[in-house]
Design a protein around this ligand. Structure first.
Ligand code: HEC
Ligand code: HEC
Length: 148
């Protein structure tokens, strides 16, 4: 386990590289359409039934105290109360992409690692999207990136 940590770190870094795309684009589980083509009511139901429960589990496993109150608003902010659910959500921390998000990796290494491996990749899979810098679903899907 110890010996594989640097390798894991290197692999996670790859997920951020612009050309590196993870997974393949598919239809959404239980649907014949891709996510972008789903009617809004189906997107809503899928968020309620699939995304929110799985992401709640992941965020709470990462930090049960900080994410004790996890719900739609954790990701959507005011979009959850005004019903717009627009993403990216400007109320999430704004990011700076320079040096593969270097300043964030320095300030919040565990959280950034969780964002790649525990949020970006599984959530892309749930939506049937490719993940990573060159993929359809990545940090930009949720966060505003100021220096893009
Ligand atoms: C882990 C973060 C996360 C959580 C929690 C979450 N969502 Fe989402 N939601 C997203 C992202 C990201 C998108 C945009 C996906 C895309 O288009 O690539 C989205 C899209 C949507 C959309 C479609 C918006 C549009 O204009 O197409 C609706 C509706 C929605 N979410 C409702 C909900 C509801 C209701 C909940 C709570 C039950 C919820 N979401 C919980 C991240 C989240
Ligand atoms: C599905 C939505 C989603 C995606 C994709 C996503 N994030 Fe996040 N991010 C969040 C949420 C939710 C939080 C927690 C906000 C809070 O504290 O309530 C967060 C928090 C953060 C923070 C704050 C760290 C801290 O401890 O304060 C950083 C930095 C961050 N994300 C970076 C990233 C990076 C880099 C990526 C891409 C690898 C990424 N995020 C992808 C939803 C997302």
């Amino acid at each position: 386990m110890k010996a594989s940590l640097p390798l894991l770190a290197a692999l996670s870094l790859l997920l951020l590289l612009p050309a590196c795309k993870v997974g393949k684009a598919t239809t959404v589980a239980g649907h014949e359409q891709r996510w972008d083509e789903l009617p809004r009511a189906d997107k809503m139901a899928y968020m309620v039934d699939v995304v929110e429960p799985q992401m709640r589990e992941a965020f709470q496993a990462h930090d049960a105290t900080r994410f004790a109150e996890f719900d739609c608003a954790t990701c959507h902010g005011e979009g959850a109360s005004d019903g717009g659910f627009a993403m990216p959500n400007p109320q999430l921390p704004h990011l700076r992409e320079a040096g593969l998000f270097k300043e964030h990796r320095k300030a919040h290494p565990d959280m950034v690692k969780f964002m790649w491996k525990g949020v970006e990749v599984p959530m892309a899979e749930m939506l049937g999207k490719t993940a990573g810098g060159g993929g359809e679903f990545n940090c930009h899907s949720c966060h505003i990136v100021d220096d893009e």
